[in-house]
Design a protein around this ligand. Structure first.
Ligand code: HEC
Ligand code: HEC
Length: 211
């Protein structure tokens, strides 16, 4: 990301931080995550609509506790950490439920073609925790991966492997756990194949799986 864009985003986060103190409505979040929680790939803000409620709650707590967004190199995580600084548990509950229940907006990301290799890697190493349809599980606090765009997925896996997310020194047990798994993905090609497979899963089927 260009330096000027980054500064602009930090200023935006700071402004929103002040607004947040006057009571946070979803409009604060909509500035980056979209008015339907659909996400904004240009800003690096992931889709929240239809995400697992327990996972959303867990992440908001993790940002607040500095267990995510702790590394200055992680500009997106740092921004998100600033946003939640003045929010409390009641806000987190309200916001997490709001987004988890939000109907899926149209997916803007183009669908990619998954390969049999990507599918077998995903089903063999990820599905046990993220679900056969990558829908996530409440009891494991795992996210739905099928709603996320490829660039966000790629960045999170990079952050886990380089310790920007999930490091022993900062993260909670769930982040540390996922880091260990990300480190086991053997090659960049395997990672790409898994991401392509996730992007190939169609959203309407995911919506049905949750009903
Ligand atoms: C200034 C832009 C900005 C604002 C405002 C913002 N976010 Fe974010 N949010 C981001 C970015 C960028 C990320 C990705 C962080 C990363 O890469 O680790 C993110 C990540 C998240 C995540 C993690 C999702 C996941 O799949 O792990 C949650 C949850 C979240 N935001 C909730 C909210 C809520 C709720 C609000 C409103 C109170 C909000 N955000 C406001 C930019 C923003
Ligand atoms: C043992 C259980 C487990 C397995 C297996 C597992 N994950 Fe995860 N995954 C988790 C948990 C728990 C989290 C939430 C971690 C956190 O709080 O940072 C997570 C988070 C993620 C995230 C972050 C999503 C977001 O919204 O920010 C990605 C991406 C991810 N996993 C991809 C994968 C991939 C790809 C595989 C297979 C190679 C995989 N996971 C296998 C448990 C698992």
């Amino acid at each position: 990301m260009k330096a000027c864009t980054r500064v602009g985003l930090l200023l935006l986060a700071a402004t929103l931080h002040i607004r947040a103190e006057a009571g946070t409505g979803v409009e604060t979040c909509a500035a980056c995550h979209g008015d339907q929680g659909q996400g904004n790939a240009v800003l690096g803000a992931p889709r929240l609509a239809g995400q697992q409620v327990d996972y959303l709650l867990q992440q908001l707590r993790a940002f607040k506790a500095g267990q995510r967004g702790y590394d200055p190199q992680d500009s997106q995580g740092v921004q998100m950490r600033a946003v939640v600084a003045s929010l409390d548990e009641a806000d987190f509950n309200r916001l997490a439920h709001h987004y988890a229940q939000q109907q899926a907006a149209k997916v803007s990301a183009s669908k990619s073609a998954g390969t049999a290799h990507g599918e077998s890697l995903y089903q063999g190493s990820c599905a046990a925790c993220h679900g056969l349809q990558a829908e996530g599980f409440a009891h494991l606090k795992t996210p739905s991966l099928r709603i996320l765009d490829a660039s966000y997925l790629d960045r999170q896996l990079t952050h886990y492997t380089d310790g920007t997310r999930g490091s022993d020194a900062h993260a909670d047990p769930l982040g540390i756990w996922m880091r260990g798994i990300a480190l086991q993905i053997r090659s960049a090609e395997d990672r790409r194949a898994i991401i392509d497979y996730l992007a190939s899963l169609s959203l309407p089927a995911a919506e049905q799986a949750r009903r």
